[in-house]
Design a protein around this ligand. Structure first.
Ligand code: GLC
Length: 733
């Protein structure tokens, strides 16, 4: 629709019509559970009002159902304004990719973009127009269950991943295309900074740290022209994000030029009352609209109170006009006015959902995002492995999706047993359930039924199997329900019952590899002490089993590198690689008490950001950098990388920079680039990076984003633990 026609339609809308456009309904209104006394009363609307609302979230029943909803809505809407369908398609609609934290470990934005393009193709065919993805909250604390949805602890990596996801979802030819949908960057802002990793807890970071570490990935989404931003539950500097004028108006729209739609999180608009910054719905409605919130997700502030706030003169109607118009403009960009059914199609849905290409890309992503953390030669298995047994609850399940897997979790996928059985002289045993009675309280909270009745027998059978094996590959890890929203934990180890299984197997088998399924970094000290290899596969999605079988047998190589630090123990949290030096840096001398350290625990994590192995080895040499960078210019830094192993392999070469002296203390190193190189055995390649002034900028003592002249260190290496560097100078003239 032309803008002029849209404005003509807008002219016909009453204030109430506009406010309905700003209301998003929950799926209950489209089910038989919506009684008058329940949801309708909560919002203060009637069943007929449903056809006046702007959008609904969480309808994953497929194209046929969505077509019915769209048709009825369009026919019954007084002005025939089409409904917008939204949802949490976080890492797949029909084809589930690995979780986003895993995809961050791929360090492969191009593959990520392709995977998210596939998500858009499937979601659009099934009738979803907007997805609440990518979640780009920077995370540093494994106690927080939602680290699973992020791409990790680094601002640069998160920015690259955010851009790739937004471009994959939205495409570059307009949101009205059948392979495009609107992305929504969330949760704005800094939700990942929840104190103590406790869900929904206070976030209190300085503006400088907000800008330096937490905001870059959101801005990358805005720069990639994301259509929607979701506000977060938490406060930023004491003000809840959803009513934070500085955040939403001054920064997001003023400084960054965002002209898309803002949407609250589910309850974050009324949450401002609980935060204690609004007394009631009336005040919350005013604060929300003044801050620039366009769509209220599933709560009644706007629909109950906004009209009378305008009528009584407390709220300028222009604030409502601008918000409602942004919603209509997004619908227009999606092509909904030309085609209220958009590209929802039962035929296309059958054709694209879990099609070969999407499943192949999911397979590739499992291999690219799996991280080999340790390997004393036990992986890949081969004839040298002798008799191999696969033991653990993850041998027989196909539940490789996360708690944000919507439709994808309704499909059955191959189990590892189905992939491996008959392919070799293997033994198999389940050994334990994924969760045992020790975690009953947690299970009740997650509405997860624990069945421990056969625990003794499962363990006994597994030990018998392990005794017959020369090599055991354990397939163990978190229950997928243990990570995600509202799943903070202070114990970040694999379930007790599975640790018990690993201990017993280790007693009777001298070669043990662990394939680890989890949604967050874990305390792996005991797993590490009881195993010869650890392959981190996260929650690997629809193609988990086939890809894991091919990695474990060496047909393919895991090439992931950690996008988030694995702490030595939970007490180290929050922990991340880009630490400041402090004035008492610990030099590793155990007798040096007066330094920034623990007396009872190392400073170093168990596995660091950027770490990960493959099935070959690489050597770095001849690190060089041009010595002088002039403002406005660029210099080149290079290193030689050689494949010193016996098979072709892929290495993620990482560029880190340190600013030795600045007007504020700067991290010991920060990731500024990465390149994946694939080399044959014995092959050597020079890998180069351009360095320019933009990469050296930071928020200085005066809150200016600048680069200071002076000394800088350059690391081009395997991971963030590298100590060898070369120097260059940024010169004024
Ligand atoms: C949830 C989450 C948010 C999600 C929304 C809609 O509370 O915080 O990430 O997109 O509600 O389901």
């Amino acid at each position: 629709m032309q803008e002029k026609d849209l404005l003509q339609l807008f002219e016909k809308m009453t204030l109430e019509d506009k406010i309905f456009e700003m209301l998003q309904l929950s799926p209950v209104f489209y089910s038989e559970n919506a009684e008058e006394t329940g949801p309708y009363q909560h919002l203060g609307i009637s069943p007929d009002d449903v056809y006046r609302t702007g959008s609904v979230l969480g309808i994953y029943e497929g194209a046929e159902r969505v077509l019915d909803i769209r048709r009825e809505h369009y026919e019954k809407h007084p002005l025939h304004i089409p409904i917008m369908m939204m949802g949490d398609i976080i890492h797949g609609y029909g084809t589930a990719m690995p979780i986003p934290l895993a995809m961050g470990c791929s360090f492969d934005p191009e593959l990520v973009r392709e995977c998210y393009h596939n998500i858009a193709v499937e979601s659009t065919a099934s009738g979803v127009d907007v997805t609440f993805t990518p979640m780009v909250d920077l995370v540093r604390d494994a106690r927080w269950g939602r680290v699973m949805e992020s791409t990790g602890e680094d601002p640069y990596l998160n920015s690259e991943m955010c851009k790739a996801m937004v471009m994959g979802l939205q495409g570059e030819n307009g949101l009205d295309k059948p392979d495009a949908m609107c992305a929504c960057v969330k949760h704005f802002a800094a939700y990942g900074g929840a104190e103590a990793g406790r869900e929904y807890n206070t976030v209190d970071v300085s503006e400088r740290n907000l800008r330096q570490y937490y905001l870059p990935a959101y801005k990358a989404g805005v720069d990639a022209d994301v259509g929607m931003i979701m506000t977060s539950f938490n406060t930023v500097a004491g003000v809840p994000s959803t009513v934070n004028k500085w955040l939403l108006r001054d920064l997001l729209r003023g400084e960054w030029g965002f002209d898309g739609v803002t949407i609250s999180d589910w309850g974050s608009s009324t949450g401002v009352i609980t935060h204690g910054v609004a007394a009631d719905y009336k005040e919350a409605a005013r604060l929300n609209i003044e801050a620039g919130l366009d769509i209220e997700m599933c709560t009644p502030c706007y629909i109950r109170e906004l009209k009378n706030r305008v009528d009584c003169g407390e709220v300028d109607i222009e604030l409502v006009n601008e918000a409602a118009l942004r919603v209509l403009r997004l619908k227009n960009k999606l092509g909904l006015f030309e085609n209220p059914m958009r590209h929802t199609s039962v035929e296309r849905e059958k054709e694209v959902l879990r099609c070969d290409k999407h499943m192949d890309d999911a397979y590739k992503m499992v291999c690219a995002s799996s991280v080999l953390l340790k390997n004393n030669g036990v992986l890949p298995i081969s004839e040298k492995s002798g008799k191999v047994a696969f033991i653990g609850p993850y041998v027989y399940t196909d539940r490789f999706c996360s708690t944000w897997s919507g439709k994808a979790s309704t499909f059955t996928n191959k189990t590892f047993f189905e992939c491996a059985d008959g392919k070799g002289d293997y033994l198999f045993a389940k050994g334990s359930h994924r969760l045992g009675i020790e975690q009953e309280r947690e299970a009740v909270c997650m509405k997860y039924e624990i069945d421990d009745s056969d625990r003794e027998q499962l363990l006994k059978d597994a030990i018998e199997v392990a005794k017959q094996a020369d090599t055991v590959v354990m397939m163990i890890g978190e229950l997928y329900e243990q990570s995600g929203e509202a799943r903070s934990h202070t114990r970040i180890k694999i379930p007790h019952c599975q640790l018990e299984l690993l201990r017993e197997v280790r007693k009777v088998c001298s070669k043990v590899a662990v394939v680890l399924f989890n949604g967050r970094p874990l305390d792996l000290r005991e797993v590490d002490s009881l195993s010869d290899a650890i392959l981190e596969v996260w929650l690997p999605g629809s193609m988990g089993a086939p890809a894991i079988y091919d990695m474990v047998t060496g047909a393919v190589e895991p090439t992931g590198r950690l996008s988030m630090t694995f702490p030595y123990c939970v007490a180290q949290s929050p922990i991340y690689y880009s630490q400041l030096n402090t004035d008492h840096p610990y030099n590793g001398n155990p007798n040096n008490r007066f330094s920034s350290r623990y007396l009872d625990c190392p400073n170093e994590p168990l596995f660091a950001f950027g770490q990960g192995m493959g099935y070959t080895s690489f050597e770095y040499s001849d690190l060089t950098v041009e010595p002088i960078l002039k403002r406005g210019g660029k210099i080149t830094a290079s290193v030689k990388v050689k494949n010193t192993g016996e098979r072709r392999g892929t290495e993620t070469v990482q560029l880190y920079i340190r600013d030795f002296v600045a007007s504020i203390s700067r991290p010991l190193k920060e990731l500024k680039g990465f390149k994946k190189v694939t080399l044959d055995a014995g092959q050597e390649q020079t890998v180069s990076f351009d360095i320019d002034e933009e990469m050296l900028k930071y928020w200085n003592i005066d809150m200016e984003y600048v680069a200071d002249a002076g000394r800088f260190a350059v690391y081009i290496c395997h991971d963030s633990t590298e100590r060898q560097y070369v120097e260059f100078k940024l010169q004024e003239e």
